[in-house]
Design a protein around this ligand. Structure first.
Ligand SMILES: [Zn+2]
Length: 119
């Protein structure tokens, strides 16, 4: 699902995409001249390996994310925001953003219920 940068204004545009058992849903809203604010939730089931025993288990995801998109970082060098993601060709690729947020989420530390209980 791709949305042109220029198409996003106020009010916000709602989106929802899914991948397997996971859902990425939220809104895109014009934040400033060269920035769009993305506010979303990642929900669903994710299979991850336990960081203690390495057994795979299903982890319930309920994660809120919020960051800003820019269609050219050079234009926003005066903005004091740290969470800016640069997009290419003035197109917001929600699938790609979802994938990178998922990768980031997977780098968290996970403990299966058995290891959690044996502490
Ligand atoms: Zn474990």
């Amino acid at each position: 699902m791709e949305i042109g940068f220029a198409k996003v204004g106020t009010p916000a545009i709602a989106f929802e995409i899914s991948k397997g058992n996971l859902k990425f849903s939220g809104t895109l809203r014009k934040f400033s001249r060269y920035l769009i604010e993305l506010e979303a939730k990642i929900t669903g089931d994710l299979d991850v390996p336990c960081d203690v025993c390495a057994e795979a288990f299903t982890h319930a995801v309920n994660e809120s994310v919020k960051f800003h998109l820019s269609d050219g970082l050079s234009k926003v060098e005066n903005e004091s925001l740290e969470d800016i993601v640069e997009i290419e060709d003035s197109m917001i690729d929600l699938k790609e953003l979802f994938e990178s947020e998922l990768e980031l989420y997977k780098s968290n530390y996970f403990t299966c219920s058995e290891c959690k209980n044996s502490d």
